[in-house]
Design a protein around this ligand. Structure first.
Ligand SMILES: [Zn+2]
Ligand SMILES: [Zn+2]
Ligand SMILES: [Zn+2]
Length: 378
């Protein structure tokens, strides 16, 4: 398949009943005042109409009312959650699939925490919406799958006295909600000399650690993982100490997607996973909105089959060409977007250069992810 025939895997452009465009996170159309809600199963923002009973909604025009919903309990909170809960599911859960992943929230008695929490949730919704659309297992560790589920501890550190370490451990992702404060996050980015630091980036990275444990650690992917990323049994604490003391090895750009990825095989995987999600989501958004970078002529040397990952369980037919289409479309798109950012005096939109070795690792993530999701044509 030529990358110029690529179509979005998940459609990310939505319309109201009145024909106006509406966006992920919207709860009401500004033009016709229709109620809007996000259904994660269909990955769509729907215009709604009353569904008969109090607090029950159905899709606009669905007169049979085959699919009925309730709003998430966080609709009325600082988050103003736009997600819907299918009526049958709402008997068991008051919160949507994204909100019920939360195990701990910061002290919401402090107004500042409400604001930071709301910002984190909107990024978390983007992550969770993608994971569900990709067909990956997403279950709440607190109320759905206490053995293998996922949970979030969203905490507010109080500086050096009581720091919160962002990270993943045994299915629980911890995030310092202070990262949602632009000035503080930017100060850390400068200090750490990172080209890119966002809440969404953190969440995608930490989800990578969670899915490594679920999809790689105990299966047929572990041996090829070690061949490609290295042996994750290397002392993790020592590796991070060395990275923070000495920085990345010279020439890391030839093998890793980011400097931090060079610190340990687990971090390499999590960084690569995060980039794969950056690529999928952003490319889907571009394609859904009719953005076509093909005429730019910025892609001089498209990646070919030499960069594909060849080991691991046998790929299904049709797996490999779409990956190359995806990655080449991404190079083309980010070439244009970086130029646009420079035109506005901003830092590059995607401040990374993908080497052959990094692309091979992205293909490995692609294979693991789509095999887990049972998808053939992704
Ligand atoms: Zn409307
Ligand atoms: Zn919710
Ligand atoms: Zn990590």
């Amino acid at each position: 398949m030529h990358w110029r025939q690529l179509s979005p895997m998940v459609h990310r452009a939505f319309r109201c009943r009145c024909g106006r465009p509406v966006f992920f996170g919207n709860t009401r159309c500004v033009a016709c005042e229709a109620e809007l809600g996000y259904d994660s199963a269909s990955a769509t923002v729907w215009p709604l109409e009353p569904g008969g009973d109090e607090g029950v909604w159905r899709r606009h025009g669905d007169h049979d009312g085959a699919l009925r919903y309730r709003r998430c309990a966080n609709f009325g909170s600082a988050v103003a959650c736009s997600w819907l809960i299918p009526l049958e599911e709402s008997a068991r859960f008051a919160q949507c699939r994204s909100c019920r992943l939360n195990r701990t929230l910061p002290d919401l008695g402090q107004p500042d925490n409400q604001r930071l929490w709301a910002r984190v949730e909107s990024d978390k919704q983007r992550l969770v919406a993608s994971l569900i659309a990709l067909g990956l297992p997403v279950a709440s560790r607190t109320v759905e799958d206490t053995e293998r589920g996922l949970a979030f501890d969203l905490l507010r550190g109080t500086g050096a006295a009581q720091p919160v370490m962002t990270g993943h451990l045994d299915g629980v992702i911890t995030l310092d909600v202070d990262e949602a404060d632009d000035a503080r996050r930017e100060a850390i980015r400068e200090k750490m000399d990172e080209p890119y630091r966002t809440v969404l980036g953190h969440l995608r990275h930490e989800s990578g650690h969670y899915y490594w444990a679920r999809l790689v650690e105990r299966g047929a992917w572990l041996a090829p993982f070690r061949t490609l990323f290295g042996d994750e049994r290397a002392d993790y604490g020592e590796a991070l100490r060395r990275h923070h003391a000495d920085g990345p090895p010279a020439g890391w750009q030839g093998s890793f997607v980011s400097a931090y990825a060079s610190s340990h095989p687990w971090e390499d995987w999590a960084e690569t996973w995060a980039h794969y999600l950056h690529i999928l989501d952003t490319l889907d958004t571009a394609l859904s909105n009719g953005l076509d970078a093909a005429r730019s002529g910025l892609l001089r040397d498209p990646f070919g089959t030499a960069v594909l990952f060849r080991g691991g369980p046998a790929p299904r037919a049709g797996d490999e060409p779409p990956f190359l289409a995806l990655i080449n479309a991404w190079i083309e798109l980010t070439g244009v977007l970086n130029e646009l950012s420079r035109s506005m005096g901003e830092r590059d939109f995607y401040p990374f250069v993908l080497s052959d070795a990094a692309v091979t690792k992205l293909h490995f993530v692609h294979r693991v992810m789509h095999e887990a999701a049972g998808k053939v044509d992704a």
